[in-house]
Design a protein around this ligand. Structure first.
Ligand code: FES
Ligand code: FES
Length: 164
């Protein structure tokens, strides 16, 4: 019987370094969920289509189901768990809460991570720009109207906080 080949990888996730012995084919999404217990990253299609698994690799949104963990060892990974502190939701999360922008919540982590990068580059977007930014993140509950509203509210509250 042949044994499964494993290799040692080290990944920096949300500012913390993790060292694990894994199969080389392990996807980043599975590494996050099953090796280090960050279950906020969801897996929907596992084919790069739905956006549920969206994380940030070096501050750019990326599908974690399309990357091998072994390939991102020299990058900084951020997951939805990086957004809030124990005391406080991130302003984007607060805006989603206030706008009732989630139903089952399955798509939400990916949308939050996409929104975070989007608002860094465009702090005052209009609704069309928001819809375009989120066009690769599917919501099976189809709550898009409130999601767009929440991103607009997040932009407003983040800009106001910066100008204080
Ligand atoms: S699970 Fe990765 S894009 Fe759907
Ligand atoms: S809130 Fe259910 S999939 Fe978006």
């Amino acid at each position: 019987m042949s044994s499964i080949e494993t290799t040692t990888v080290e990944l920096v996730v949300n500012g913390k370094r993790y060292k694990r012995q894994i199969e080389p084919r392990l996807l980043l999404a599975d590494f996050l969920r099953h090796e280090i217990g960050l279950k906020g990253t969801h897996i929907g299609c596992a084919h790069g289509v739905c956006g549920a698994c969206t994380v940030q690799i070096d501050d750019k949104t990326a599908r974690s189901c399309l990357h091998f963990a072994i390939d991102v060892q020299n990058s900084e990974i951020k997951t939805v768990e990086s957004l809030a502190t124990p005391e406080k939701l991130h302003p984007i999360q607060q805006a989603f809460h206030e706008s009732h922008a989630l139903q089952c919540g399955f798509c939400t982590p990916g949308i939050l991570m996409t929104t975070e990068e989007f608002l860094r580059g465009n702090p005052n977007p209009d609704d069309d720009e928001i819809r375009k930014a989120l066009c690769n993140n599917m919501c099976r509950c189809t709550g898009y109207v409130n999601i767009v509203k929440a991103v607009g509210l997040a932009a407003t509250s983040m800009s106001a906080a910066e100008n204080e």
